[in-house]
Design a protein around this ligand. Sequence first.
Ligand code: HEM
Length: 228
Amino acid sequence: MSGFFKSSVGQKFLMSITGLFLIVFLAVHLTANLFLLAGSDAFNVVADFMDLNPIIQIMQPILAAGFIFHIIYASILTLQNQKARPKAYKKFEQGHSSTWASRNMYVLGTLILVFLVIHIINFFWKIKVSGSPLLAEVNIDGEMMHNSYALVAGLFMDAQLGIVYSILYIIGAIALGLHLHHAFWSALQTFGWSNNVWRKRLEVIGDIYAVIIAAGFSIIPLYFLIFM
Ligand code: HEM
């Protein structure tokens, strides 16, 4: 078994399974975030529910491990591919069967990682560790909870840096969409779920998902910039 996970097929399998796990996380995270558009009470209640929910508590370290393994195996496989592939072949391949996103998965992944580190410092770190005056508890229907809405709104509506953070979050969302454009069917292909007929269908499903994720995460900073 350990031999399988040391082989490049096994490593691709681990990268795909952690990638699919992250794809599911993104759908849950976007759904929760879209409550920001419904106003402060709605989002704070959802954020409070997520914060206290035991399943989410158990999932958080698993999620962190998912990200770490995904990045480690992506790095190993990219290095192996670079060593194995002669330069002439690389040139020939460009623009033929592959898309720009599929050739630049590691660059897109690195961009997403940079975004993620800034994002964790912006929100997760403040909510769980350092605190922020913006998080001062609010009373919603008799229950006291953090004002997570004020933290998010405060970032995107900040007089000096709001526009910079909004652009950064939109770039992060677009990079994520491009990454998913290739990642979705590629992961399923690793599990052998993609034949000639299904490859086209999975590509379309993956593209729809990628557009929903990129547009959905971009709408949030745009909403605070334009409407608030
Ligand atoms: C407009 C876009 C986004 C907003 C407003 C947003 C908001 C938030 C907030 C408020 C938290 C803290 C949740 C808590 O601990 O109570 C959080 C955590 C997190 N976000 Fe985002 N997020 C956005 C986009 C993204 C994207 C694109 C990714 C992935 C690439 C992502 C990944 C994470 C992760 C891994 C955590 C920590 C785990 C968790 O608390 O669930 N977020 N986000």
